[in-house]
Design a protein around this ligand. Sequence first.
Ligand SMILES: [Zn+2]
Ligand SMILES: [Zn+2]
Length: 100
Amino acid sequence: MSSLATRCLAHPERPGIGVCTRCRATLCEECATRVEGILRCRECLAQHAAPPAGRGWRSLSALLPALLLGPFTALAVAVGLWLLAVAWAALYGWATKAAS
Ligand SMILES: [Zn+2]
Ligand SMILES: [Zn+2]
């Protein structure tokens, strides 16, 4: 029984529940993060821009939300600012109308 191999790398007192698909580190429940069904350690999660070898389509599907989210966030901010400007202009227009 090789209990050492099934212990979390960061928490030796905890049993490992899986292995990081990228760096093969044994992870406990707390250390493991599931990204679209695959396990990732925190370190790999932080730098998951670098895709694991041999899993092109998987990394692409993991990367796609980020690629979509980037422009979307920019668009959302732009639309938000525009709406704010329109709302402010409308309110300002009513206020000046009411005042005069
Ligand atoms: Zn890892
Ligand atoms: Zn752990």
